[in-house]
Design a protein around this ligand. Structure first.
Ligand code: NI
Length: 182
């Protein structure tokens, strides 16, 4: 396994669309190694998720996991989820603002509106079809990672760039400022 280099904001790969992975290739050694490396990279940098673009691979693969995470001390636990060729469908019109960060936008936080509940249809790493319903923080992370695969970063979704904060200032001035419902 290896820790991969993470592209930061400004690298064009973050603005490109990742290609769907042919289902018959999901179980190949190359794809399995990429998934293992992405999981290791996400752990190394305490990310809640990581998408292919972020490690310079334009394939529709993302990994998501939240354990006890020092970058998101209040976040609920999300088991390791491997997301391949995702389709995300909002389950209601309800949108909620919440704080996000991104390993490609280091040391920053911003308030981002997201659907509070989505259905995710994708493949897992064994090439099984998966369909799951996600709410709240899990739904948020799914939307954030799927956006990456479409060349979108969270800053593009922000309604008010004045909440964009360096983490040190965020800890002083914004920590504990709760989400506002729409
Ligand atoms: Ni990100």
């Amino acid at each position: 396994m290896a820790i991969l280099k993470v592209a930061r904001l400004g690298h064009p790969v973050l603005r490109m669309k990742a290609e769907p992975l042919p289902v018959e290739k999901i179980r190949s050694a190359d794809v399995q190694r990429l998934i293992d490396d992405m999981v290791e990279t996400m752990h190394e940098y305490d990310g809640a998720g990581l998408a292919g673009n972020q490690v310079h691979e334009l394939v529709q693969v993302a990994v998501i996991e939240v354990e006890a995470n020092p970058r998101y001390p209040d976040a609920p636990v999300i088991p390791l989820t491997i997301v391949i060729n995702p389709m995300v469908t909002p389950l209601s019109e309800e949108i909620e603002d919440g704080w996000e960060g991104c390993l490609s936008v280091p040391d920053m936080r911003g308030m981002v509106p997201r659907y509070t509940a989505v259905r995710l249809d994708c493949y897992d790493r064994e090439a099984n079809r998966v369909s799951l319903l996600a709410k709240d923080f899990f739904a948020r992370v799914i939307q954030h990672e799927t956006d990456h695969l479409n060349g979108i970063v969270y800053i593009d979704r922000m309604r008010d760039l004045r909440t964009l904060s360096h983490i040190a200032e965020w800890n002083k001035h914004w920590l504990g400022v709760r989400e506002q419902n729409d």
